[in-house]
Ligand binder design. Structure first.
Ligand SMILES: Cc1cc2nc3c(=O)[nH]c(=O)nc-3n(C[C@H](O)[C@H](O)[C@H](O)COP(=O)(O)OP(=O)(O)OC[C@H]3O[C@@H](n4cnc5c(N)ncnc54)[C@H](O)[C@@H]3O)c2cc1C
Ligand SMILES: Cc1cc2nc3c(=O)[nH]c(=O)nc-3n(C[C@H](O)[C@H](O)[C@H](O)COP(=O)(O)O)c2cc1C
Length: 648
């Protein structure tokens, strides 16, 4: 039988090494290191990714110098003491058949800290997004940082890694030297493109000298900064040509955006698939035979195969796709692409790591917890497990319990599985949330779970199944509070989000107590259908929990649509068809005239009567998971469903 994805499966030469296939796990901060550096959690995570079949793994961005003040949690390689840990990491990754390359980085003036750290940069210009005027590096400091890159590369070699990747993309220090947006030096490191290229060239040349020709040296290149006064695709083509002509790098890995255009760096579900592929292909066309890695919102093996077949790149780089399913490559190459758990592009992973927390994934409950959870253990004696509720929490619980060998029945009151995700996936731009159902439902079927639809589970009906264990995943019901006043404006929940825009009248008030994707979905839907939307929230800023990249997209879109924002305020009462809002701190009132409806997003009551009733009927083992435990997020639903599936 021919290979299902022949281009993807083809080995490729990268400098002195050969990768077993064309999939590269892009650099991904995990924050899984411990006080000793690489620890068991990090080893287990990298093992899972390598075991999943990717040909090459790039480590997370590793600090090269103590002056990298914006990323205190980041791992580093500039001290000899870090070598033994990375040696173990290389052994683990090599043991699974993949190459391991260390990404070397310095964040320069970009940071996510709430308090401005001491920052180093080519010029004393603040990054407009992260703020904080950096210290302008002296020639001696430049030399010291270059030496930090070189020392780190030498340590990577000593640790047995296959190579290093110099991070020149995404507006970090190397990119800052390259870009006139951040580099206004008048010495040999500033001014002409030739001068701005000096910093990366010095780093690459000196790594080559000290680490040798038989060590892979790659370069991550930002192809477009999407910033007035920043690097453009035309500049980047010249840079790529220059690096290729130098002959000092073994591959180019392409990315785009800087902190000032962060939403381009990891576009969310408001963007189409592979939005920057054609930009990347323009760079590929400039560099002859130098292997080029493309990236960004490549979701499926079919997309990846098509890219490689068309010659737009030589390697496909995946980050979020492998966070959602580290077995992406193995499933693709085994001819089972439909079994891949696709990313839902919510950027939860990224919002955790930029705050210094360990990586996790909304749809993959094991991501970042590989060491703690271990492999799924088959059960010696199968038990009868009843799962009540066929939303994401119940389906994940059923999948895991069935995969371990239990006899599982799911009871769902409606005619279809999916719970509230069915509502979310109907909302324009949020369709990809449904990827989790397109994974879970077929898996549950494949594993032989019995699904009873249109079956409202009562305690008696469940007890009649004589279960050994029950998992209650019945979710929560959106509610809206009683609002003082004359009742002249209807106050409703946002459960029927897709109908929001069809409400009569022109003005809608959204009271946002969710601050996340649900609120965004409601506001976008109403504004997109021509309503004048007022967003009122007691929080300091609207949509405060959305990952920054998604928040940028949402806020831009809502501003374009004329949505009015009232942070630090709440809906106080309704009178004569108007809504009166009040400043949460000062008490100042504001009247919004002629409002068609107030939609309250956030409050929910848990659907949790069953556990007590079941216990009263003698069912000894009852687990309550997801929104039924406390109304929260999809990530909590799937994590708790997963744990319950392991616990029964
Ligand atoms: C528009 C919208 C957008 C959202 N977007 C996001 C997002 O982007 N990211 C995110 O993290 N979260 C999002 N959420 C929230 C997320 O969907 C929920 O947190 C998640 O679905 C909770 O999962 P669950 O399985 O616990 O509950 P539910 O999804 O509510 O599923 C519960 C299931 O139990 C069934 N059930 C209840 N009682 C019984 C019974 N007695 N017998 C049989 N069946 C029963 C219900 O019919 C339902 O199918 C969104 C929600 C909405 C509405
Ligand atoms: C959690 C997370 C961590 C990341 N860490 C890095 C990093 O350390 N270095 C880097 O160059 N890019 C990093 N990125 C960006 C990715 O490498 C990649 O360019 C981006 O996610 C787009 O690819 P994707 O659509 O396949 O996710 C990170 C992205 C995510 C989601």
């Amino acid at each position: 039988m021919p290979a299902p994805f022949p281009h993807l499966a083809e080995p490729i030469r990268i400098g002195s090494r050969t990768a077993r296939n064309r999939v590269m796990r892009l650099a991904t901060v995990t924050n899984l290191g411990d006080a000793t550096g690489v620890g068991e959690r990090m080893l287990a995570h990298y093992r899972a990714v390598a075991r999943g079949g990717a040909g090459t793994l790039i480590t997370e961005a590793l600090r090269v110098h103590r002056s990298d003040g914006g990323r205190h949690t980041a791992m580093f390689l500039y001290e000899p003491a870090s070598v033994p840990g990375f040696r173990r990491l290389a052994e683990v990754v090599h043991g699974e058949g993949a190459l391991l390359i260390a990404q070397l980085n310095h964040g320069g003036r970009q940071h996510f800290s709430r308090r401005v750290p001491t920052l180093w940069a080519p010029s004393a210009l603040a990054c407009p997004r992260s703020g904080g005027v950096p210290h302008e590096m002296t020639p001696a400091e430049i030399e010291d940082v270059i030496e930090g890159f070189v020392r780190s590369a030498v340590h990577a070699r000593e640790a047995g890694l296959d190579g290093v990747e110099v991070h020149g993309a995404q507006g970090h220090l190397v990119g800052q030297f390259m870009s006139p947006f951040s580099n206004q030096r008048t010495d040999e490191y500033g001014g002409s493109l030739e001068n701005r290229l000096r910093f990366p060239r010095d780093i690459i040349r000196r790594i080559r000298l000290r680490a040798g020709r038989d060590f892979v040296v790659g370069y991550r290149l930002g192809v477009e900064e999407f910033t007035p006064g920043g690097l453009t695709i035309e500049d980047s083509k010249r840079v790529a040509r220059a690096l290729a002509d130098d002959g000092a790098v073994d591959y180019l890995s392409l990315s785009q955006g800087i902190f000032n255009s962060l939403e381009m760096h990891l576009p969310d579900r408001h963007f189409p698939a592979m939005p920057f592929l054609d930009l990347h292909a323009q760079v590929k066309a400039e560099v002859g035979g130098l292997p080029v890695v493309t990236s960004t919102r490549i979701q499926t093996p079919a997309q990846a195969e098509e890219i490689l077949a068309s010659g737009k790149a030589d390697i496909v780089g995946l980050c979020r796709a492998l966070i959602a399913d580290p077995e992406w490559t193995a499933k693709a190459l085994a001819g089972q692409p439909e079994r891949i758990r696709l990313c839902i592009a919510c950027n939860h992973c990224w919002s955790l790591v930029i705050e210094g927390e360990a990586i996790a994934c909304t749809v993959n409950a094991t991501c970042g917890r590989e060491h703690e959870l271990g492999e799924l253990q088959p059960v010696a004696a199968p038990r009868r497990v009843v799962v009540v509720g066929g939303g994401p929490a119940g389906l994940e619980a059923a999948r895991v319990a069935a995969a371990r060998g239990h006899r599982v029945t799911v009871l769902e009151q409606y005619a279809q599985l999916g719970g509230k995700v069915r509502i979310a996936e109907e909302v324009p731009h949020h369709e990809e949330v449904g990827n989790i159902l397109r994974y879970l439902i077929p898996e549950v079927e494949r594993l032989g779970v019995t699904v009873r639809l249109e079956t409202e589970a009562t305690a008696d009906a469940i007890a009649a199944e004589r279960p050994d264990a029950v998992i209650v995943a019945t979710g929560a019901i959106p509610v809206a509070p009683e609002i003082p006043g004359d009742g002249s404006v209807p106050v409703s929940t946002s459960a029927g989000v897709v109908l929001v825009g069809m409400l009569p009248g022109d003005t809608i008030v959204v009271m946002d107590e969710d601050a996340y994707h649900w609120a965004a979905a409601v506001i976008e839907t109403a504004a997109g259908q021509g309503k004048q939307v007022w967003v009122v929230t007691r929080f300091f800023e609207p949509l405060k929990e959305l990952p920054i990249v998604s928040r940028i997209v949402a806020l831009r879109m809502l501003d374009d649509q004329g949505v009015v924002m009232r942070p630090n305020a709440f809906v106080d009462r309704v009178e004569d068809g108007d809504v009166v809002i009040r400043h949460y701190y000062s008490g100042r009132e504001e009247r919004i005239p002629k409002v068609a409806a107030v939609l309250w997003v956030g409050p929910q009551t848990v659907n949790n009567a069953l556990p007590a009733e079941l216990r009263a009927r003698g069912v000894g083992e009852v687990h309550v998971v997801g929104d039924a435990y406390a109304p929260r997020r999809l990530t909590d639903a799937i994590r708790e469903g997963h744990r319950a599936g392991r616990a029964v």
